[in-house]
Design a protein around this ligand. Structure first.
Ligand code: MN
Length: 253
């Protein structure tokens, strides 16, 4: 029997579980807010075109409006000035969109300290137990922040949200074999990262090295540390800097 039929049968039989890492998209989906004088991203919204009425008696449909970086989304390299000549979201190679993941759990540390930062030594300790970070895969950084995602103010937490140190971000961009980082928070950088050197080091280093970011993930607690695979499906927005993205994890049970 073929490999893909085996996979379908494994899903049907429960030997492979599909875990949805995507936050629902609605007008309540949290978004980042920037200080003056910077431009602001938009919330997700629906505008009804018709709903079985005089505007369309047999059909219901909406227009959508959204920022590219609203909800669970992918940051393409072109999102940051350091990656300005690199890929837009429509140019991300499709072979990148199915990849293995390492899941590093720092939920208890982030609960104790909302400004907790991931350091190189944390990753080295994880590797000593779980093996090397996956070549061409994702580092998914669990902080427990998905539990706050239905409450805008708890999610943004007045700018106190966990992240990755500048030194660690540089290491992930240059030294680590991963293609990108995924987080549960509103962006890949810590809430305090405007004051880091350089500012917003995850964006600056990772996107500047042609790597990617994934944000507002949920259900990372349902993933094993080193054996899941994710399917990431951003919209191919031509010239776009990112896209809301469905992200499904395949987990062997
Ligand atoms: Mn983004």
């Amino acid at each position: 029997m073929g490999l893909l039929i085996d996979l379908v049968n494994a899903v049907a039989g429960g030997r492979v579980q599909i875990v949805d890492l995507t936050a629902p998209l609605s007008a309540q989906t949290p978004i980042i807010g920037l200080p003056e004088p910077f431009g602001q991203t938009a919330r997700f919204s629906l505008t009804e075109i018709s709903r079985y009425d005089e505007r369309g008696p047999a059909w219901y449909w909406n227009n959508i409006s959204t920022g590219e970086h609203t909800g669970t989304h992918l940051d393409a390299p072109i999102h940051w000035v350091t990656g300005r000549d690199a890929a837009d979201v429509s140019q991300v190679p499709i072979t990148r969109l199915i990849a293995p993941v390492a899941v590093l759990d720092f939920a208890s540390e982030a609960a104790a300290n909302p400004d907790f930062l991931l350091e190189i030594e944390h990753i080295k300790a994880w590797e000593a137990t779980n093996g090397a970070l996956p070549d061409g895969g994702w580092l998914l950084y669990r902080t427990g922040w998905d539990a706050r995602s239905n409450d805008d103010s708890a999610f943004i937490n007045e700018g106190h949200t966990p992240g990755i140190s500048a030194e660690c971000a540089a290491w992930l961009a240059v030294e680590a074999p991963i293609q990108g980082v995924g987080v549960e928070t509103v962006g890949t950088d810590a809430g305090a990262a405007h004051s880091f050197e350089p500012p917003f080091p995850c964006h600056s280093f990772l996107l500047g090295h042609g790597k990617y970011g994934l944000t507002q993930l949920r259900n990372l607690d349902q993933l094993p540390p080193n054996s899941a695979v994710v399917v990431v499906a951003p919209l191919p927005i031509v010239t776009g800097s990112g896209s809301p993205t469905r992200i499904l994890a395949l987990v062997e049970r």
